[in-house]
Design a protein around this ligand. Structure first.
Ligand code: NAD
Length: 356
């Protein structure tokens, strides 16, 4: 297959592309605008593969996307490009509306024109896979409730509302125009190459620097965590074996309170970090409770039984094993983190832009 991945320089997109290049024989075109969240250094392992290409483009630029489609001739599109950070969406929703809603609309229109121009056999086999979040469902208040594929949408933040809108657009393009789409809604991801503004890398890096470890409210919000490489495997399963028009929830059966995640990281650092910041007795002493985020969802938890039953996907990592791998990865890759934190990843882009 020739697969066009949007947002492939991001956290999940780069894990997906590493999986596609390293573990399958498929070819990939990574189409990414390279916002602050796009980092080509996360693709260093596959950068020189002759099955990998990169193009810097905005999904909202329909003309440029159309050209890329005609030139690359994909058999599938896996759409991950998005503004993805909830706190940023609260401070400045405009970019979220532009990329997640308008951008998805423009991408759908470019895709529809390309798909309609394909010969019948390729049109039949073509797939548009939209990658979304469980945050579209809002939050759960009952302790035992789980989000299923039929849970009504009730997004709380500008981020989740913009993703919900894009899910609706994708479904409408199937119902109205017959575009062969698939949608996945996944729980919180964690793992290597996660941008340091997100909870797990933020806590690891702040702890190593002896800085406060911020926990919203009282830290009792529950999230269902999935190791990013398990998500990448699930996405490939869905695009290659999923039923057109279906939605699949993806989750790791790893419900954790935020405060327990932070404490877990501290415990791992006690064991794995080569040293502690001067004068610090225990990493846990750095935990600092901060004012809760407005509209903060209390609990997310995914019922992933459909993808397990129908496509035979199961996560390989438990939260314990995945968190250990993640903490160890950050300890081994402090240079990658430093280059993100000081901005050099954006200034020197591995010379990859020349190959655009
Ligand atoms: P990310 O912020 O790490 O990466 C987003 C990527 O999209 C970046 O490389 C960025 O440069 C690119 N991008 C942004 N705007 C663009 C535009 N207009 N045109 C082209 N490229 C653009 O995000 P992520 O965490 O890797 O998430 C990827 C997708 O998965 C998103 O759609 C997100 O909603 C969804 N998702 C994320 C999680 C999670 O826990 N991170 C969970 C479920 C679903």
């Amino acid at each position: 297959m020739r697969i066009l991945v949007t947002g492939g320089a991001g956290f999940i997109g780069s894990a997906l592309i590493r999986h596609l290049i390293q573990d399958t024989g498929h070819s990939v075109l990574n189409l990414d605008k390279l916002t602050y969240a796009g980092n080509l250094e996360s693709l260093a392992e596959v950068h020189s593969s002759d099955r990998y290409q990169f193009i810097q483009a905005d999904i909202a630029d329909r003309e440029r996307v159309s050209e890329a489609l005609l030139e690359f001739q994909p058999d599938a599109i896996m759409h991950l490009a998005a503004e993805s950070h909830v706190d940023r969406s609260i401070d400045g929703p405009a970019e979220f509306i532009q990329t997640n809603i308008v951008g998805t609309y423009q991408l759908l229109e470019a895709t529809r024109a390309y798909w309609q121009s394909l010969p019948a056999e390729r049109r039949e086999a073509f797939r548009f896979h939209h990658i979304s979040t469980d945050e579209v469902y809002g939050d759960l208040h009952g302790v035992d409730d789980l989000f299923t594929e039929t849970t009504p949408y009730a997004p709380s933040s500008p981020y989740s509302a913009s993703k919900a809108s894009s899910d609706h657009l994708v479904r409408a393009w199937q119902r109205t125009y017959g575009l062969p789409v698939l949608i996945t809604n996944c729980s919180n991801n964690y793992g290597p190459y996660h941008f340091p503004e997100k909870l797990i890398p933020l806590v690891i890096l702040n702890a190593l620097d002896g800085k406060p470890l911020p926990v919203y409210g009282n830290g009792t919000q529950v999230r269902d965590w999935l190791f990013v490489e398990d998500h990448a495997r699930a996405l490939f399963k869905v695009v290659s074996e999923g039923q057109v028009g279906e939605t699949y929830n993806i989750g790791g059966h790893n419900e954790q309170k935020n405060i327990d995640v932070v404490r877990g990281i501290c415990a791992l650092l006690e064991e794995l970090a080569p040293q502690k910041p001067e004068g610090l007795e225990r990493f846990e002493d750095l935990i600092t409770f901060v004012k809760d985020r407005p509209g903060h969802d209390l609990r997310y938890a995914i019922d992933a039984s459909k993808i397990e039953r129908e496509l035979g996907w199961v996560p390989q990592e438990t939260f314990e094993s995945g968190l250990r791998k993640t903490v160890q990865w950050y300890l081994n890759n402090l240079e990658w983190c430093r280059r993100v934190q000081d901005g050099s990843y954006q200034r020197e882009r591995l010379g990859a832009l020349e190959n655009a």
